[in-house]
Design a protein around this ligand. Structure first.
Ligand code: ATP
Length: 221
């Protein structure tokens, strides 16, 4: 018998990963546990030029991701947005994925609560559910929207807790419940600029790498 929709799901966790940290990685592991047959793909986006000047370049961001996922076969890096010359619009990435995998396979786009609230600024955001499911992850300091454009939009969507219903190919909004970690890449970059340690907020291998590369103003080891 072929795999079910849920088993063969492709789960995309998009981000700048500048740098990847344990907040991202715990989300990826919780998803891997919840969907043991799914591919969990960390998908680095193009960095706006003005940001890349102060942060890591795309090769360094990918190198840090590679170090971070070593030994976790269910976690993969998907470089498609880096390989394209166009801006990293999620809707375009999902359209390209649909072309590749067809309409039957479950595609899931993972989004932190902070990003969910900024959805109306995303290109063609209301079409996202025609292409994929959205998996929403709580983030400290951010509440599920109760009013405004996103709240109204969610009202018309099928919203479920993850695991409560079988995974569809697209069209669902799923809430992933997990212990939240109050870690952001901004906080890590700020610590480093202040010459403070960021250890235990990200994998040791990534911490060593960014010091070697003198990223974000880090001192070499
Ligand atoms: P920055 O501080 O530079 O904005 P970030 O830490 O928010 O970066 P991104 O790479 O921009 O990290 O985030 C990618 C995705 O991961 C987003 O959907 C974001 O909401 C989510 N995310 C990031 N950190 C966490 C966390 N600690 N817990 C849950 N989700 C997170």
């Amino acid at each position: 018998m072929g795999k079910s929709v849920a088993e063969s799901a492709i789960v995309l966790l998009g981000g700048t990963f500048d740098p990847v940290h344990n907040g991202h990685l715990r989300v990826a592991m919780e998803l891997a546990d919840a969907l043991p047959e799914a591919q969990i793909r960390l998908l680095p986006c193009q960095q706006p030029v003005h940001k890349a000047a102060t942060g890591a370049d795309q090769h360094q961001r990918v190198a840090m991701l590679q170090l971070a996922i070593t030994g976790e076969p269910q976690l993969l890096i998907d470089q498609q947005e880096l390989q394209r010359q166009t801006p990293s619009y999620t809707v375009l990435t999902l359209e390209a994925m649909r072309q590749q995998v067809g309409n039957e396979r479950s595609l899931c786009w993972v989004i932190g609560m902070d990003s969910l609230l900024s959805l109306p600024r995303w290109h063609r955001w209301q079409e996202l559910l025609e292409l994929a499911n959205l998996i929403v992850v709580a983030r400290p300091g951010w509440e599920w929207p109760s009013q405004g454009e996103v709240a109204e939009w969610l009202h018309g969507c099928a919203v479920h807790d993850m695991g409560a219903v079988p995974l569809a190919a697209h069209g669902q909004v799923l809430r992933l419940t997990m212990p939240t970690l109050d870690i952001s890449a901004t906080y890590i970059r700020n610590l480093i600029r202040l010459r403070r340690s960021a250890r235990f907020l990200l994998p040791d291998a990534v911490w060593s790498y960014l010091q070697q590369q003198r990223l974000y103003g880090a001192e070499p080891m």
